[in-house]
Design a protein around this ligand. Structure first.
Ligand SMILES: [Zn+2]
Length: 455
């Protein structure tokens, strides 16, 4: 437990204290005013540390980071974005001059995938590694993992945080973790049976591959006896039809157990058994702001949407101030959840990089996806937004696959109904062309929801 979390700071507003349902009941049930006091104290310490030790922030902020700057005034500081971190690492290899501790304090290094530019080298001290494991452990615990479980971890251990760092978050719950990694699926199936594994941690698309192997061998997925599926945040889990099918076929509970970003904290939000929204678990690690498209801070209250901006409260190695995550979230609740946790809940509703504007409304492909997923009777779930030229657009042009069961004669009224759903979810009009089920190309990785074409 953090030294600051003692005595009077512990929340008075716990609905039903259920310590065996939480890893850190003293943090996870803090009332919002206590969170504020805790974060302000932690920030003062962190601010002094960054001022003294980060060459990057001394150069970037200089006198605008005065000794007295509190969390409220943080909104007057400029943002930090990923390109600046890349430039810092380019100029000062390998870890950048935003490293704030001595280099010999680094105990673990990861790398980002670099799909949108030069990969970042992520360095962590022993203290950082402990904090990351603890907050991530809360997420996995909230998702249902417990001491006594045996969980097989099937993400890539080669450089990515999804491997060994996620492994440590699983271990933090007290569960027994089997470090499997990717590939060797036949050996994996044997291992699950031999070791009496009860839970699997993997990508949402992986069970389909395992299912195929099992059926080829004349076995049912349920015969493995897994009770819990812990998944990362690919969009598939937001599709109720996909999620229900996964639960039905495997007989396990499906949870998004892992939301975060490796530059910030690899996992700081997850679903509990009572909600499909994500609980924020990092009250003693991150100060979070939600900003509107103009960059102004918005209060964290139900219904607010905006880009997530994160400031570390206790990071030793590569501390960040006002880091733009580019993820757009919508706050869904700030009251206590039925699980007893008081942290605010949210959904990830888009990325600022793929936002586009329709008649003054900012539209996110993820919101269109929610709309399409909401009508499995009309559409298969596969679609593309086809943007011609550079805009402006007066409606969202969408090519969507019809549901397999929908007769061709019903396509026209179905397209109108689907457009109505899109309008409800995005606030913008849509023009929908329905195409036969199965006709849009599938990709192995994440499918780009937007196709851009020349005018
Ligand atoms: Zn909950």
């Amino acid at each position: 437990m953090h030294a600051l979390l003692s005595g009077t700071l512990v929340s008075k507003a716990i609905p039903v204290p259920v310590p065996d349902q939480m890893l850190d009941v003293s943090v996870e049930t803090l009332a919002s005013d206590a969170v504020h006091v805790l974060q302000e104290r932690m920030w003062h310490e962190q601010r002094d540390f960054v001022r003294a030790r980060s060459a990057f922030y001394r150069r970037k902020l200089g006198p605008s980071l005065p000794v007295t700057l509190g969390l409220d005034a943080l909104q007057d500081l400029p943002f930090t974005d990923k390109d600046e971190l890349r430039a810092s690492q380019e100029a000062c290899q390998p870890f950048g001059d935003y490293v704030a501790c001595d280099l010999d304090r680094i105990v673990r290094v990861h790398r980002t995938s670099g799909t949108t530019g030069r990969p970042l080298q992520l360095a962590n001290s022993a203290r950082d590694v402990r904090l990351i494991a603890r907050v991530g452990g809360r997420a996995q615990f909230a998702a249902g993992l417990r001491p006594g479980d045996r969980v097989v971890h099937c993400l890539n251990y080669c450089l990515w945080t999804g491997g060994v760092t996620d492994h440590m978050t699983l271990e933090e719950t007290g569960a027994c973790v089997v470090p499997f990694g990717t590939g060797n699926s036949t050996v994996l199936l044997q291992t699950i049976v031999e070791l009496g594994v009860t839970a699997i941690s993997c990508t949402p698309s992986y069970p389909a591959l395992l299912e195929g192997l099992l059926r080829d061998a004349g076995k049912q997925p349920r015969s493995l006896g897994l009770r819990l599926g812990l998944f990362g945040g690919e969009a598939g889990l937001d599709n109720p039809a996909f999620r229900n099918a996964l639960q039905e076929v495997w007989g396990f509970a499906v949870r998004n157990a892992n939301y975060g970003m490796s530059e910030v904290l690899s996992n700081f939000a997850s679903q509990c058994e009572h909600t499909d929204d994500l609980h924020f678990h990092g009250a003693d690690a991150l100060f979070v702001e939600i900003i509107d498209p103009e960059g102004s801070r918005q209060p964290i209250r139900e219904g607010i949407s905006g880009e997530l901006v994160c400031t570390h409260l206790a990071k030793e190695c590569q501390p960040l101030i006002r880091f733009r995550t580019r993820d757009v979230v919508t706050v869904t609740a700030t009251d206590a959840c039925a699980c007893g946790r008081t942290g605010w809940r949210f959904r990830v509703t888009g990325r600022t990089d793929d936002m586009f504007n329709v008649r003054g409304v900012n539209v996110f492909p993820a919101a269109v996806q929610q709309a399409v997923f909401s009508r499995p009777d009309l559409a298969s779930g596969q679609f593309r937004i086809v943007l011609q030229g550079t805009g402006p657009w007066d409606r969202i042009p969408i090519r969507a696959e019809a549901a397999a069961s929908l007769p061709a004669a019903a396509h026209e009224p179905a397209a109108r109904e689907l457009a109505e759903a899109v309008r409800r979810y995005t606030g913008a009009s849509a023009e929908i062309a329905l195409v036969p089920a199965g006709s849009l190309p599938r990709t192995a990785g994440k499918t780009a929801l937007i196709e851009r074409t020349a005018p």
